[in-house]
Structure formats: C-alpha cells, structure tokens
Ligand binder design. Structure first.
Ligand SMILES: Cc1cc2nc3c(=O)[nH]c(=O)nc-3n(C[C@H](O)[C@H](O)[C@H](O)COP(=O)(O)OP(=O)(O)OC[C@H]3O[C@@H](n4cnc5c(N)ncnc54)[C@H](O)[C@@H]3O)c2cc1C
Length: 379
C-alpha cells in the first residue's frame, strides 16, 4: 500500500533500529547521500552487490545546467542550476574528505553547429536558454576556433556556456565512497530484494534503474552508448572545453579529461539492454571526427553502454515515498545524476535529520507518481 500509512515524521520516530540510514544503491547518488548522512553523525549502511557499476560508471560527467536546459523543463532547469551552484564547494570538500581529486574542471562548454541546419537547431535551443536568463553567449566561427583551435574550420557557428563544467564520474564515485567510509558508512555487498528486509530508521532508495522494482515508481532504463578515446602517446587531449553540438544532424558531445581521455557520447535509446552496436559507434565517431578531425588519430579505448534512470517527466524523484513509512526516494536522475549529486545528497540528508523536505524538492516529490506506483504495486 502506498497511501494511508503513517507520515514520514511519524514513521522515523519508531525504533530501535540496527542502523539510522540504509542506502540502497552505491552509485554517485547513493554514496553522496551516505557521505552527507554519515558526516552528520548518523549510522549508515550502503547496500549494493556491485557498487559503482551502474549509470555513474559510464556517465560523461558534464555539469551542464545551461546546455541541458530544454523546452518545457523549467523546474528541472532550476534544480540543475541550484545543484551546479553547489558544485565548486562540494568538489573542494570532497577532495579534502577523500584525499583525492575528482577531475573537476571549469573550462566551460562550447555549443557548435557543423552545417547551417545544425546551427539553426543549436541556435533555437540557446535562444530559449538566453530567454531564461542563463549564461550562454553566441560566438562566430573565428571566435570558436580561437578558443578551441582543434575544431574543424567547417563549423558554422556556436555559443559558449562558461558555467557548464565537468567532473570525472568514476573518480567522483570512488572519492564519494572513500569519504563516506571515512565518515563511518559501511558497505553491505548484497542486493536488496525487499525494502522491508532492512532494519533502518530511514531507508533511502538510490538504486537508479533498480528503484522501480523496489518501490513501484515509474523509473525506466534509457540506454546510452558512449565511447572513450585516448590521445596518442599518452599526452593531453588537443581540446580543453567540453564541446557539444550537432554534426550533420547527429547530436554529439566531447568531454576532454586531464589524463588524455576524450569521452564521446552518447546515444539516447528507449531500450534496457547494454549491448554496444556497430551503428552507434560509427555514428558517434563520425560526428566526433566531423567536429574535431584530430580525434581520428586517437586510440579507441572503450565502447560501453549504460542505463539512465528515466522518469515520465525527465525529472528526478526525491522525497518521502507516500504510504511507505521511513522510505525516501533519491532516484530517477535520468541524464542529470552527476550534476544533481550535491543537491540530492544535501537535501536528502536534511530530510533524514529534520523530517522536513526542502521546498526546492516540491516539484520532484514521489507523490506526483503515487497513482502509478500504487497500480504497479498492486498489479
Ligand atoms: C551514457 C550516459 C552518459 C551520461 N552522462 C551524464 C552527464 O554527462 N552528466 C550527468 O549529470 N549525468 C549523466 N548521465 C546520467 C547519470 O549517469 C545518472 O543519472 C546517474 O549516474 C545516476 O546515479 P545513481 O547513483 O542514481 O544510479 P547508478 O549509478 O545507476 O547506481 C545505482 C546503483 O544501485 C545498485 N542497485 C540497483 N538495484 C539494487 C538493489 N535491488 N539492491 C542493491 N543495489 C541495487 C546498482 O548496482 C548500482 O550500483 C549519463 C548517463 C549515461 C547512461
């Protein structure tokens, strides 16, 4: 039953319990919640048979509240911006707590169009983003190439989003786990079959695509294929900015990392398998090389696929689960789980400690899907 149970506040006053907080899922979201809760002195367990192996492992790591501001998603855009604003302090605090870097870079993002049609499509979106007051400024082709000489001279135009940054998600998850464990959180390396098996004052479901089976929430897998290239000779990549854009109608992004890696992504497919297909690799590589020709000389070191936890309105599901005493959802982050990691972790930790959901979470509450979840649970 999803309705009619005690309220969240009533339920957390039950007890005694084996632990204060059980976090189901050890991806970026789960470990960040665990870290923030453990740092507040709570006893925390993280339950995951394969921590760090989900969407967070394949993600590109763009922190792009501006370039990812799409039509019809104003509330989500607000949350992305609020989380991105927390990133500088979050990254610094995490590096300190874990004693390791996370590849956080603030070089900014260039949005480009290869052909006239590509530019028209990109311009339509950035005009909307400018209408929202977001920082994105058009650039001429010569200005683009001044900033990023590796771009093809064929690029017809673009824009710069100076506040859209990036982080390395694999280093992020490793650092979050270290920080959480240093703060006292412990891993239970087993899958959770039923939430009722957990003996915790509060259970936080941060299981990505696994959340649907545990909660009945409408979280569905959205497949993304993604590549990792490496600059020849182990040198740094020949580009500095994140580059996003269209190349002959093909959307693509390039994320250069300090160690010489360039991430090329990603497909968006309504599928639940993680096979890598020749067609997807071909399309991604062609678009990447069309925008930055020197990438043809790079080594192709990884081709992989992951499953984004998507929701019907593309927004995350964060907050108390109606009718499930002491259960909090922190899932459904779809394309934005990395950028949304700081705000999710902070607001979930606040909720766990105070019993009150921050007003920022109002549009993202699981209650908006209560009817769907109830039907799934009864069915
Ligand atoms: C190709 C691709 C590119 C992306 N690029 C970006 C990007 O640039 N920027 C961005 O912000 N986001 C990006 N994303 C989205 C981002 O990866 C996700 O939103 C984010 O990783 C979700 O994190 P999570 O911790 O909720 O889930 P996950 O990382 O999927 O972790 C969930 C964990 O839960 C565990 N689990 C599941 N079921 C159970 C169970 N029953 N019991 C115990 N454990 C369980 C799994 O083993 C897994 O470790 C991208 C995603 C993809 C696929």
């Amino acid at each position: 039953m999803l309705t009619g149970g005690p309220s969240y506040t009533e339920s957390v006053n039950r007890g005694p319990f084996l632990t204060d907080v059980a976090v189901v899922g050890g991806g970026a979201v789960g470990w960040a919640v665990a870290w923030r809760c453990a740092a507040r002195g709570l006893r925390v367990t993280v339950h995951d048979p394969a921590p760090g192996s989900g969407a967070s492992h394949v993600a590109a790591g763009m922190l792009a509240p501006v370039a990812e501001a799409y039509f019809g998603e104003r509330e989500l855009t607000g949350l992305l911006a609020a989380s991105a604003a927390r990133w500088p302090a979050f990254a610094a605090e995490l590096a300190e707590a874990a004693g390791t870097g996370i590849g956080y870079r603030t070089d900014g993002t260039l949005v480009v169009g290869l052909t006239g049609d590509d530019l028209a499509e990109a311009r339509r979106l950035w005009s909307y983003q400018r209408e929202l007051g977001l920082p994105i400024d058009p650039l001429r082709p010569s200005e683009l190439r001044e900033r990023e000489p590796a771009l093809t001279p064929r690029v017809r135009g673009g824009a710069v989003a100076p506040g859209d940054h990036q982080v390395d998600p694999r280093r992020l998850v490793a650092a979050l786990r270290t920080a959480a464990e240093r703060a006292g959180a412990t891993l239970v390396a087993r899958p959770v079959a039923r939430l009722s098996d957990l003996d915790a004052r509060v259970t936080v479901v941060a299981a990505g695509c696994g959340a649907a089976a545990l909660t009945g929430l409408p979280v569905r897998p959205v497949k993304g294929q993604i590549l990792r290239l490496r600059a020849p000779g182990g040198g740094p990549p020949g580009l500095r900015h994140v580059i996003r854009g269209y190349a002959d109608g093909e959307p693509v992004y390039l994320v250069p990392r300090d160690g010489g890696e360039v991430v090329v992504g990603a497909t968006v497919e309504e599928r639940a398998d993680t096979e890598v297909t020749a067609g997807a690799v071909l399309r991604l590589l062609r678009a990447a090389v069309d925008l930055v020709p020197e990438l043809a000389e790079y080594d192709l070191v990884e081709a992989t696929a992951g499953l984004r936890p998507g929701t019907p309105d593309n927004a995350p599901v964060i907050g108390p689960l109606p009718g499930r005493p002491g259960v909090v959802a922190a899932t459904g982050h779809h394309r934005h789980g990395i950028v949304l990691t700081p705000i999710t972790a902070d607001l979930v930790a606040d909720l766990v400690v105070t019993g009150e959901a921050d007003p920022l979470l109002a549009p993202f509450t699981p209650a908006r899907f209560a009817a769907t979840a109830r039907a799934a649970h009864c069915g």
